[in-house]
Design a binder for this molecule. Structure first.
Ligand SMILES: Nc1ncnc2c1ncn2[C@@H]1O[C@H](COP(=O)(O)OP(=O)(O)OP(=O)(O)O)[C@@H](O)[C@H]1O
Length: 288
């Protein structure tokens, strides 16, 4: 049987900010259709890694670093590929905040996902064909906020803004979603909803999702695989279900508490994320 294609390939990624090493020799392979959590305490390098994947950062000049996404080179040896803009049309990035242009309607923000497919005059005048508007409505319905389509983006709650960002990724037709702490500023219910939507998009549409998270509870509930970073190094890459509390303590020491949602301490069986696990689409598999 043929192997599932590789979607993200990172080799020997090194990044310094001044004297400080933010990523040290990071190598990672993500295959099509995976939903992977990038876990780590604050400052461990999650955002920096994601930004290298979309070409928003380049690695240390002269390093052996190489990043390929969807079979195309993003950067090598600290130099960005000239074709990185074209690649971004197929890769959606969802940030913790500032995903939307506040003063524009939600619909316009979501239609921004269709911009790469439009001729220049349409992008200048923000005139989109009916089929794109229809597509945007469907995407907004999928995430349950079609009623907000014509509101200004600034009037949405944090959770609704993240759902609009997911809609934009759907309109974009992204094959990969890179979500950088998409739930960091949300309440638990909104967090669960946003993670569920990402999981649905992954499962039903086959979109590969790499999502950075502070909290292992959500990784446990929604991501079969976790890549854990500490001080710029990958310290774990494997099934999330094998990340029990003891292992996390060994990996993170005094930073471990940061990795649990408030009140979300390890279960009696030592595994993390007890509360969310009960709500999780992965719960059945993990209980086995
Ligand atoms: N633009 C920058 N200039 C200087 N240092 C930076 C820059 N971006 C990141 N760093 C440093 O690189 C390290 C990794 O930061 P990064 O933001 O990737 O971590 P993180 O795991 O995403 O943290 P958080 O969860 O707090 O967002 C940190 O020590 C940070 O201070």
């Amino acid at each position: 049987m043929p192997e599932t294609p590789t979607v993200i390939e990172v080799r020997a990624l090194h990044k310094h900010f001044g004297a400080q090493a933010a990523l040290r020799d990071v190598s990672l392979t993500v295959r099509q259709g995976e939903m992977v959590a990038l876990l780590g305490a604050s400052g461990s390098g999650k955002s920096t890694l994601l930004r290298h994947l979309s070409g928003l950062h380049h690695a240390d000049a002269g390093s052996p670093s190489r990043v390929d996404v969807l079979g195309r080179n993003v950067q090598a040896g600290g130099r960005l590929s000239p074709r990185v803009r074209a690649l971004r049309a197929e890769v959606a990035t969802i940030f913790q905040q500032f995903n939307l242009v506040d003063r524009l309607p939600v619909m316009t923000n979501v239609l921004a996902g269709a911009l790469p497919r439009q001729p220049l005059w349409r992008t200048l005048f923000k005139r989109f064909p009916c089929c794109e508007v229809q597509r945007a409505y469907e995407a907004l319905s999928r995430v349950g906020i079609e009623c907000c389509a014509w509101q200004r983006a600034s009037t949405l709650s944090g959770g609704q803004q993240q759902r609009a960002a997911i809609s934009r990724a759907l309109v974009q037709g992204a094959k990969v979603i890179l979500a950088d702490e998409p739930i960091a500023s949300l309440d638990p219910e909104s967090s669960r909803r946003v993670m569920s939507l990402l999981a649905d998009v992954n499962r039903e549409l086959g979109v590969t999702v790499l999502v950075s998270l502070h909290q292992v509870d959500y990784a446990f509930a929604f991501c079969p695989r976790t890549v854990a970073l500490r001080a710029g190094e990958i310290v774990y890459d494997g099934p999330t279900r094998e990340l029990d509390a003891e292992r996390l303590r060994t990996l993170y020491g005094s930073q471990t508490d940061e990795l649990f949602a408030p009140g979300g301490q390890p279960a009696d069986d030592g595994r993390a994320g007890a509360t969310l696990r009960a709500l999780s689409p992965l719960a059945v598999g993990q209980a086995a």
